[in-house]
Design a protein. Structure first.
Length: 130
């Protein structure tokens, strides 16, 4: 049987309820200081359904690393758009406007590592015409 310390440093996918972030993506927080007791970063799985997209946004303090695990789409970093697909990894520096569009037929899935950990308060939604 797992002790309290083991429960803090390990999570079970099936036990994690997904929720919608401010940018409109559906995420599961796989590891987050507010839940698991780790100190500085969070790791989440995000899903953008076929034909879906996230809102253009930025984080003032957080650096994000996206690792795409399934699907394909387009990613925006500031004014630049480029193709992404399973196997790609992208670093998003703090202050960089970003968004995703799923251009494929299946879910676009990615792991998102954030340092410091993700927070709604550090997420600024931007004018979509920016």
């Amino acid at each position: 049987m797992a002790d309290a310390h083991d429960r803090q440093i390990r999570s079970r996918y099936a036990a994690i309820e997904p929720y919608v972030t401010r940018d409109g993506s559906v995420i599961r927080e796989l590891m987050h200081p507010g839940v698991h007791g780790n100190r500085a970063q969070s790791l989440a799985e995000a899903t953008v359904p076929a034909g879906g997209s996230t809102l253009l946004h930025r984080h003032h303090a957080t650096e994000e690393v996206y690792h795409f695990t399934a699907g394909s789409g387009r990613m925006r970093l500031d004014e630049r758009w480029f193709h992404v697909q399973a196997g790609d990894t992208v670093c998003i520096p703090p202050g960089t406007a970003h968004a995703l569009e799923n251009t494929g037929d299946a879910d676009l899935r990615l792991l998102c590592a954030c340092t410091p950990a993700y927070s709604h308060e550090d997420t600024e939604l931007l004018d979509q015409d920016r």
